[in-house]
Design a protein around this ligand. Structure first.
Ligand SMILES: Cc1cc2nc3c(=O)[nH]c(=O)nc-3n(C[C@H](O)[C@H](O)[C@H](O)COP(=O)(O)OP(=O)(O)OC[C@H]3O[C@@H](n4cnc5c(N)ncnc54)[C@H](O)[C@@H]3O)c2cc1C
Length: 373
């Protein structure tokens, strides 16, 4: 079996296939950065998901712990999510109540805490919630060894467009994220691409110092705006007439360093396109970070951009590709760090002939998925 793309989706499905005894080859150019390698890695396991994904989402912490038992440390840790906002933000109270109601389905009262603003927090309010995360830096370092131990053959290379009558293996999994459409253009229109920009701070001592002095965040926690604008942009994706971009001022630990902020650009249409002009995005990202803490806007961090696949509507794309026997798709997930461990198992089971495995996800690979809302 051939898996194309060694990000989160491709690597976990390759591991699940190898555990089932399949001969697996995993191919990836391995240059530059993938969305997986620059991810905040947040696992919003209590946040709910549409239809049959809801139960898989709630079980995400257990799924990661099980994966670590089988393959060694992959960067999982329980943490807190800190959502920040200012009193000037319209409808913040309604948003806080909404998040608290969602979280209280799974979290005890000691895991939900509202912190009062202080001069040190720049007057910003914070809601702290129990959460989980995968450190994407540690995951990227751990995966190659885990794959090797599991017997997955890794090959460096970039696959070209595929042909239904000449697939390079008996079974092929497209897990190339934003690169899937270049390999198989006839994918559903709802598979879209955003360009994400983020600042990488690799200096460990400066990262520790920033965290120790910040009134907004503690080491190991993830900081996000109360209302993340990226989600809203993804939901508007089908209606965009021109490229639109937003910035979300947040922060996440990344190995010994930090990832700071996130810009997202979405263009009309489903093509990946070239990365957007970096300088303007970096400037806006630094300005937004500076508004929550002036030191964050000025950190000596490098700006990086990666394409991220998502679905603008309907379920994620997990299953066989219509019109190409032996070709499978695993892309377009929202909250992939919560859902990929379970979905990779289901997909691997289906690839190994346990077809009913994917019946738990009806319509996931159909052109127009059912409404799971
Ligand atoms: C700043 C940031 C913060 C994020 N925060 C979160 C978060 O908190 N929680 C969460 O769940 N998600 C988050 N995400 C999203 C998440 O990281 C991605 O959706 C996820 O990692 C995608 O995984 P993937 O394996 O599908 O794709 P990718 O990680 O993009 O991997 C695809 C791989 O395919 C390879 N490839 C592409 N084309 C080819 C080809 N032709 N041949 C061979 N290989 C190819 C690429 O090189 C790449 O390595 C965030 C993303 C970013 C950028």
């Amino acid at each position: 079996m051939l898996v194309i793309g060694a990000g989160l989706a491709g690597s976990l499905v390759a591991l699940a296939l190898a555990e089932r005894g399949a001969a697996v080859e995993l191919v990836d150019p391995g240059q530059g950065c993938s969305a997986t390698g620059l991810s905040y890695g947040g696992v919003p396991w209590w946040a709910g998901a549409p239809g049959p994904l809801d139960a898989l989402m709630a079980a995400a912490p257990a799924a990661w712990r099980q994966l670590e038992q089988r393959h060694g440390p992959l960067g999982w840790s329980p943490c807190s999510l800190r959502l920040h906002w200012s009193d000037a933000e319209v409808a913040a109270e309604a948003a806080v109540e909404g998040v608290q109601a969602l979280a209280s389905r799974h979290l005890g009262p000691d895991q939900v805490e509202r912190l009062d603003p202080s001069p040190a927090s720049g007057g910003r309010r914070v809601l702290r919630l129990g959460y989980g995360r995968i450190d994407s830096r540690r995951l990227s370092l751990a995966l190659p060894e885990a794959l090797e131990r599991a017997g997955v053959r890794r090959r460096r290379g970039r696959c070209g467009p595929l042909r239904a009558d000449a697939l390079p293996a008996r079974q092929v999994v497209l897990a190339a994220g934003a690169g899937c459409r270049a390999l198989w253009p006839a994918l559903p229109d709802r598979l879209r691409v955003s360009w994400a920009g983020v600042l990488r701070l690799e200096d460990a001592s400066l990262s520790r110092e920033l965290l120790s002095r910040s009134a907004l965040i503690q080491p190991n926690d993830i900081l996000m705006p109360l209302v993340a604008r990226r989600q809203g942009l993804e939901q508007r994706a089908d209606r965009l007439q021109r490229p639109e971009w937003i910035v979300d001022p947040g922060l996440a630990p990344w190995g010994e360093g930090l990832l700071l902020g996130q810009s997202s650009l979405i263009r009309p249409g489903s093509a990946c396109g070239a990365p957007p002009q970096a300088a303007a995005q970096e400037l806006e990202l630094r300005r937004a970070l500076g508004r929550i803490d002036p030191r964050l806007g000025q950190v000596p961090a490098s700006f990086a951009q990666v394409p991220v696949s998502f679905c603008s509507s309907g379920p994620p794309l997990v299953g066989p590709v219509a019109g190409a026997a032996g070709l499978w798709l695993f892309a377009g997930l929202s909250s992939p760090f919560a859902l990929v461990p379970a979905l990779a198992e289901l997909l691997a089971a289906a690839l190994c002939g346990e077809r009913p495995a994917l019946e738990r996800l009806p319509g996931a690979s159909a052109e127009a998925g059912p409404d799971w809302g």
